[in-house]
Ligand binder design. Structure first.
Ligand SMILES: Nc1nc2c(ncn2[C@@H]2O[C@H](COP(=O)(O)OP(=O)(O)OP(=O)(O)O)[C@@H](O)[C@H]2O)c(=O)[nH]1
Ligand SMILES: [Mg+2]
Length: 221
């Protein structure tokens, strides 16, 4: 087999993986819709603040809404434990060598849990700005989270994920005094990649713009 044929096979295999993922994502979407469940995929950089933002959301609405959080990580139950401390049900998925959740992971959770008990499903994807791009999960809204500590260029270096998201969060703005970034430029980069994006600059440390983010998610009431 020539190297060109090899490349052809690899591309075909990837296309099959994405097609299969899309098919299961459609099924997940139907489960969410049939049960009237609000669903979110929170993707983004390692350590950007995904779990911290989820903790804030849980803190604000868990008294009024039944929330299920699905945490994706390569290893450990650290994030699920953090969420459960805040009073929401959390399921940890460890992906081992895989660098993103896929729709099969979510379909297995939906199959094995009494999903009709929940009104909101928040999925925290594995911290990664590349792998999750093509692997949609069947949710209503995708939120990409980065923070200023990844540097001013983090947005424009990862256009695909910003193109394929509905909301973008640039977190840790409380550190503006110690990190030399042009926040306005980061926001402009996100909007240049995807003019439809709703962009929020947030701080979990001070609470800045977390309510506004939740309003955009329509989770404020
Ligand atoms: N200063 C500051 N620190 C923050 C903020 N948000 C999160 N952190 C801190 O950043 C670290 C990582 O936050 P996490 O919420 O665990 O980030 P994550 O994106 O869930 O990380 P992974 O799941 O490992 O990819 C923690 O020490 C948080 O306390 C913020 O707005 N400001
Ligand atoms: Mg996390």
């Amino acid at each position: 087999m020539s190297p060109n044929e090899d490349v052809g096979k690899i591309i075909e295999l990837n296309e099959d993986l994405i097609r299969n993922n899309d098919r299961l994502a459609e099924q997940n979407k139907k489960v969410f819709m049939d049960h009237n469940i609000r669903s979110f995929d929170i993707v983004g950089a390692i350590g950007a603040g995904k779990t911290s933002i989820l903790e804030e959301i849980v803190k604000r609405i868990s008294k009024n809404k039944n929330i299920l959080v699905i945490n994706g990580d390569v290893a450990t139950r650290v994030d699920a434990d953090r969420i459960e401390k805040g009073g929401a049900k959390a399921i940890q998925i460890n992906t081992a060598r895989e660098c993103a959740l896929n729709s099969y992971h979510i379909s297995q959770v939906l199959k094995n849990i009494d999903i009709e008990n929940y009104e909101v499903v928040l999925i925290e994807n594995v911290g990664n700005l590349i792998c999750p791009s093509d692997f949609i999960l069947g949710v209503e809204t995708r939120i990409v989270v980065v923070s200023i500590t990844e540097g001013e260029w983090v947005v424009r270096k990862h256009p695909l994920l910003f193109k394929m998201s509905d909301i973008a969060v640039i977190n840790k703005i409380d550190l503006m005094d110690v990190i030399d970034v042009d926040l306005g430029k980061m926001v402009d980069d996100a909007l240049e990649i995807n003019p439809e994006l709703k962009v929020f600059t947030t701080s979990v440390a001070t609470g800045e713009n977390i309510d506004e983010l939740m309003e955009a998610m329509n989770l404020d009431k």
